[in-house]
Design a protein around this ligand. Structure first.
Ligand code: ASP
Length: 322
């Protein structure tokens, strides 16, 4: 009898995984619409749905508190595969930045695989008098106490980059938090804030159009797209060892059935092989993941390593939120 019940449950689970998904899936993006996280999530939704019975994937922007509100929403959602999180390096920096987080980064999620790595750029408002990085440093020195640096809140990639920049230059700036770097960029273009450090997927179009001042890339190696190749690295401009490249991953709430996780992982893997998806990401400086970090175990291992890598630097900077 017991064996029969177990077999019935197993076959019901297999049948429901087989039918998955039979209704739209939601990708929670923990930042504002139109920004880099939103853009990569929308591009991914387009290619992943092909492997998910062509179901619609809805994007829900749950922005605020540097990405932690959206992450908390998914951590508390039902583990049925219908609500997923697209998040970036903030998964790994938030544990050091928040005294209390409403979720446990390593315990409350199923790790479905990584999506892409993206470098960042340091850009300035169009009317900022400095035209290159050495001129910017002089301008910053001369304007101590008056500099505004936009970011997407404590826990955002732009926050991390800005924090390291202030530390490396030994110049404090007033940070202006937004719900994402789409609205931050709008204010930068309007001259309301001075500087922003953001993903190339948000900035390369503005750099190409000459609408912002572009000072540097944040990786050790120069970038190769025609637009970004002309920018020097911060490392080569005197900020030795400055190296921030961010990454995106896909997450489900803990307890999502393994069969559903496997279907999502398969759809993710085939989506990331889509030639148009790859071309689109690469043209903006991103690198689509194609290595072992597409497995749950390696994705989680990588995030854990990132928590250990950034935690001490963030704690040393003494920035916390409650
Ligand atoms: N790029 C933003 C960040 O600073 C977030 C976003 O709007 O995608 O993390």
């Amino acid at each position: 009898m017991k064996t029969w019940i177990t077999a019935a449950i197993a076959s019901a689970c297999a049948a429901s995984a087989w039918a998955f998904p039979d209704k739209p899936i939601t990708f929670v993006v923990p930042f504002a619409a139109g920004g880099p996280a939103d853009k990569v999530a929308r591009d991914l939704a387009e290619v992943m749905r092909k492997g998910l019975n062509s179901q619609t994937i809805v994007i829900e922007n749950v922005a605020g508190a540097g990405g932690t509100l959206g992450a908390a929403k998914v951590a508390k959602a039902a583990g049925d595969g219908y609500m997923l999180l697209v998040h970036h390096i903030g998964m790994a920096t938030s544990p050091a930045l928040y005294r209390t987080l409403p979720y446990k980064t390593l315990d409350d999620f199923e790790y479905l695989g990584m999506i892409a790595e993206v470098p960042m750029t340091l850009i300035g408002r169009p009317n900022l008098p400095a035209n290159n990085f050495p001129e910017l440093v002089k301008w910053l020195e001369a304007n101590r106490g008056k500099i505004n640096l936009a970011n997407a809140g404590l826990g955002a990639a732009s926050h991390l980059c800005g924090l390291l920049l202030q530390q490396s230059l030994k110049i404090e700036m007033t940070t202006v938090p937004y719900k994402g770097t789409a609205p931050a960029l709008t204010d930068l273009l309007g001259g309301q804030v001075d500087l922003l450090c953001d993903q190339t997927t948000n900035t390369s179009g503005q750099i190409e159009a000459g609408k912002v001042k572009a000072y540097a890339v944040t990786t050790m190696k120069p970038l190769t797209t025609p637009v970004l190749a002309r920018l020097p690295t911060l490392d080569s401009q005197g900020l030795k060892g400055f190296n921030v490249a961010i990454w995106y991953g896909l997450y489900a709430p803990r307890g999502t059935p393994k069969a559903v996780q496997d279907l999502l992982n398969t759809a993710l893997r085939s989506g990331l092989k889509d030639a148009d998806f790859i071309r689109r990401q690469e043209s903006q400086g991103a690198v689509v993941i194609s290595d072992a970090r597409l497995t749950s175990a390696e994705h989680k291992k990588f995030v854990e390593a990132e928590i250990n890598k950034w935690g001490p630097a963030i704690k040393a900077a003494g920035q916390y939120a409650d």
